[in-house]
Design a protein around this ligand. Structure first.
Ligand code: NAI
Length: 332
């Protein structure tokens, strides 16, 4: 029989030793995202892959004294499949970002094939991994990943996520600026998709539902098009990277918390969703509960105002086209 002390010592084994892979780790989002994942105690094996620069980023991060091993991989020597081999969570920020004047949809022609090829590789090397898609246009790249995994015969709707957390964190920040409050205490349910008018912040569900119409319309517009502020300010040097890294790391932590069996882990994400499937919309962002298998529950969007119902109808029109575009890209 163990003594009290010995038993305690016996149970101090490492908990939550997760393998996490970042594809596009050398980029503007990939680098700070990898840093934040290096600081996450749930991650013990961090693999970084990019067409260029990932071994350097990995060497740099490997000097940080947290409880994880970091490895960098390049395309030669089978680097992609090594980075993915039996990994549990894959984050994909690979691809080109926007320049001033571009919409997220303008990125489709380049990013669609990048995401398709990375998803295909993930389907082969890590068929059970949770895949978190950051590369834009998310409304189309998520369906592309789904179709690529279906072709490999390994698609499971509860393992695929479009990362829309940046819309949620912007909503918290921007609504706090309107009301002079603490942004960490603000929460807005942002549903729909991840571009322009498909981003639908449900202000009627907040304590500010009686805000005057002009202020509310300006707030909704800022949440929908907040990314343009960054693209314009960076003046040709890309889009949001640091706030996106924070958003991606926050969402990845929610996924890891779900894997670890923590209870009541809820976050918004663009997922294969039953909510509007009857209208031909197979993917939709809403609150989801995360569990050991990935998505464990998809929550309805909740009550909305008549103004929001109009915005939702418009969002659904665009969303449907964006999703079809992704599906057709793979199937044609
Ligand atoms: P970036 O150009 O700085 O970095 C992209 C990285 O991907 C580069 O290092 C590049 O070498 C790499 N890459 C390209 N093709 C690859 C491949 N086949 N395999 C592996 N790596 C590959 O771009 P940034 O700023 O990091 O943005 C990345 C993506 O994230 C863009 O599509 C951007 O639109 C999207 N994004 C998404 C957001 C969201 O809320 N979901 C927010 C902001 C950006």
């Amino acid at each position: 029989m163990f003594t009290r002390v010995a038993r305690r010592a016996f149970t101090t084994t490492r908990v939550n030793p997760y393998k996490v892979t970042v594809l596009g780790a050398g980029g503007g989002i990939g680098q700070p995202l990898s840093l934040l994942l290096k600081l996450n105690h749930k991650v013990t094996d961090l693999r970084l892959y990019d067409l260029k620069g990932a071994p350097g980023v990995a060497a740099d991060l490997s000097h940080i004294p947290t409880n994880s091993k970091v490895s960098g991989f390049a395309p030669d020597d089978n680097g992609l499949s090594q980075a993915l081999s039996s990994t549990e969570v894959v984050l994909i920020p690979a691809g080109v970002p926007r320049k001033p004047g571009m919409t997220r949809d303008d990125l489709f022609s380049i990013n669609a094939s990048i995401v398709r090829d990375l998803a295909t590789a993930a389907g082969e090397a890590a068929p059970n991994a949770k895949i978190l898609v950051i590369s834009n246009p998310v409304n189309s790249t998520v369906p592309i990943v789904a179709e690529a995994l279906k072709k490999k015969g390994v698609y499971s709707p509860n393992r695929l996520f479009g990362v829309t957390t940046l819309d949620s964190i912007r909503a918290s920040r921007f609504i706090s600026e309107v009301h002079g409050t603490n942004p960490t205490q603000e929460h807005v349910n942002v549903v729909g998709g991840h571009s322009g008018i498909t981003i639908l912040p449900l202000i009627s569900q907040t304590k500010y539902s009686t805000m005057d119409k002009a202020t509310k319309d300006a707030l909704i517009h800022r949440i929908q098009f907040g990314g343009d502020e960054v693209v314009k300010a960076k003046d040709g040097a890309g889009s949001a990277t640091l706030s996106m890294a924070q958003a991606g790391a926050t969402f990845a932590n929610s996924v890891l918390s779900g894997l670890a069996g923590e209870r009541d882990v809820v976050a918004n994400s663009f997922v294969d969703s039953p909510l509007f499937k009857s209208e031909g919309i197979d993917f939709f962002a809403s609150p989801i509960t995360l569990g050991p298998e990935g998505v464990s529950k998809i929550h309805p969007i909740g009550e909305i105002s008549s103004e929001e119902a109009e915005l939702l109808a418009k969002a659904k029109e665009t969303l449907k086209k964006n999703i079809e575009k992704g599906v057709q890209f793979i199937n044609n």
